[in-house]
Ligand binder design. Structure first.
Ligand code: CA
Length: 229
């Protein structure tokens, strides 16, 4: 069962390396975005700030160093941990990497186990509560570690899909999610599920949320999707 997932952006131009990273990070429960060059990476970061970036040094076009510098120079993204990947192991590269503001530095070929440990270490530092964080919205609290949801002190019994739906809404109250976006987030991109399935699970979630009274906190946005609040 997945928890509230930290979002990791992988910036790597080699498809096979990207696939390995993506596979391993996804297995660890992270939500993944992928960019194959610097321009795509910067665009993605401006649309949604990730929790961590794994950044390849050698990229076509804008280099990894430049991307790192730009991300670290913007107030809204400077706290996002960046782990640089490089094929070059010279000490000078290491120093330059760190001068650009990269938080950590891994030399290729790297061990996947080591990289995962570095990713988790950086996330622990930047999100002290880690994946065990508690989200709250009005009288609803969601504990990502124990998977317990309370509303006004009452423990709610949610199925795994309803839990992930609620966690998604609670990460960004007020944001309108389309059915397609919810399918991506909650069911995963590779699973074929009809968008009407989303409606069914939203219905179940609403029922549980209101089981002990209280207003329905979920809003149906005609032609757009759903939002919390
Ligand atoms: Ca490369």
């Amino acid at each position: 069962m997945r928890q509230v997932q930290p979002h990791v952006l992988i910036v790597e131009d080699e498809p096979s390396q990207r696939a390995v990273l993506s596979y391993n990070l996804e297995s660890e429960g992270f939500r993944i975005s992928e960019a194959e060059d610097g321009d795509a990476a910067l665009l993605m970061v401006s649309e949604e700030v990730p929790d961590l970036i794994v950044l390849d040094w050698m990229l076509p076009g804008v280099t990894g160093i430049e991307i790192c510098r730009r991300i670290k120079s913007r107030p809204e993204t400077r706290d996002v941990p960046i782990i640089m990947l490089s094929a070059r192991s010279e000490e000078v590269d290491r120093v330059r990497g760190l001068e650009t503001g990269a938080d950590d530095y891994v030399v290729k070929p790297y061990s996947v186990t080591e990289l995962m440990a570095r990713v988790k270490g950086q996330l622990r530092r930047s999100r002290p509560a880690g994946v065990g964080e508690t989200l709250s919205y009005e009288d609803i609290t969601l504990d990502a570690e124990t998977h317990r949801v309370h509303r006004d002190g009452n423990l709610l019994k949610l199925g795994p899909t309803e839990f992930r739906l609620l966690a998604t809404f609670m990460e960004k109250p007020g944001r309108v999610w389309s059915r397609e976006q919810l399918l991506d987030r909650v069911w995963g991109r590779d699973v074929y599920v009809d968008t009407r399935t989303v409606d069914v699970h939203i219905g179940r979630l609403r029922k549980v949320l209101c089981a002990h009274g209280g207003d329905d906190p979920l809003r149906t946005v005609r032609g757009a999707g759903y939002a919390l609040g």
